[in-house]
Design a protein around this ligand. Structure first.
Ligand code: ATP
Length: 266
């Protein structure tokens, strides 16, 4: 079930006292259950660190992280895995190349509470469920369940990772530039599918992107980050009226404006 996410006074510093980098600087943000938030910012603004703090891959130096009513600030990522799902930029990170697609999906399905590991893991019923999940993608992956994931293209593999990440309805879905390594048409397909699954299941989702068009097109709210801080938070009517050009103008004003990866017309 989707949960809210709240960060209060979250600070993350890396390095030594002599050479300290403040990746997140006293961040306060609340995301409602079922809200779909996109995060943009210049290189090194702290976007991945923000996602890592929600995932538990980075424990903050100060502040508090809550998922729903639970204080998870000190909980490492392996103990949040039942609540938080991720799709990474690296297309090889979400699936195991040597396992078949069905075996990968069976591992992901272990998230569902009360299921004893590996017992009836690939039962006929489960395989039929995986088949049905993949059929929604409309690219024939359901007929390749018994093939190793390593034989898929990067985009196909990312689609399987997305399906796996959303199985069992995670409390929070984190997407860290998950389409940036894909060719434009595959990136569109993965983005469309992401939008459909987030909407249909009412997921709480946080998506980091460098693609201004995607940031303007998808989600309920846009956060703009620079130098470890959230410097703009666009929601409601303002978000509805947001176009790519308006977002770029706003980003230029706030972040000093280098648009590194604007992708036009894809
Ligand atoms: N493990 C680390 N050790 C030291 N410094 C780090 C580490 N991870 C991130 N940083 C630094 O923290 C700052 C924020 O990094 P982060 O990766 O969160 O930014 P980002 O907005 O995701 O950047 P990009 O768009 O380039 O991926 C940067 O200055 C980065 O160099």
């Amino acid at each position: 079930m989707s949960s809210s996410v709240a960060l209060h006074g979250v600070t993350v510093s890396y390095g030594t006292r002599a050479e300290r980098v403040t990746a997140l600087d006293d961040i306060d943000v609340s995301i409602e259950a079922g809200e779909y938030v996109t995060v943009i910012g210049s290189n090194g603004a702290g976007k991945s660190t923000l996602v890592n703090v929600i995932a538990g891959a980075v424990i903050p130096s100060a502040g508090q992280v809550r998922i729903g009513s639970a204080d998870v600030t000190r909980l490492p990522d392996n103990r949040r895995a039942g609540r938080v799902s991720r799709v990474f930029q690296d297309v090889t990170a979400g699936t195991c190349a040597d396992l078949t697609i069905a075996e990968n999906m069976a591992l992901a399905s272990l998230r569902e509470r009360g299921r004893s590991p590996f017992r009836r893991i690939l039962s006929r019923r489960r395989t039929a469920e995986f088949h049905s999940e993949l059929r929604h993608l409309g690219c024939g992956l359901e007929d390749r369940l018994k093939r190793p994931a390593g034989l898929l293209s990067g985009g196909q593999r990312q689609l399987v990772s997305l399906v796996m990440a959303t199985m069992g309805d995670p409390a929070v879905l984190l997407l860290d530039e998950h389409t940036s390594a894909l060719d434009p048409s595959m990136a569109e397909l993965v983005m469309n599918r992401t939008d459909t699954v987030v909407r249909e299941r009412g997921l709480t989702a946080v998506m980091v992107t460098h693609n201004m068009r995607h940031a303007a097109l998808y989600g309920d709210r846009v956060l703009i980050m620079t130098q470890g801080r959230i410097v703009d938070d666009i929601s409601g009517r303002e978000r509805t009226a947001l176009t790519e050009d308006r977002l770029i103008a706003r980003f230029r004003d706030l972040a000093g404006g280098e648009i590194t990866d604007r992708i036009i017309g894809v």
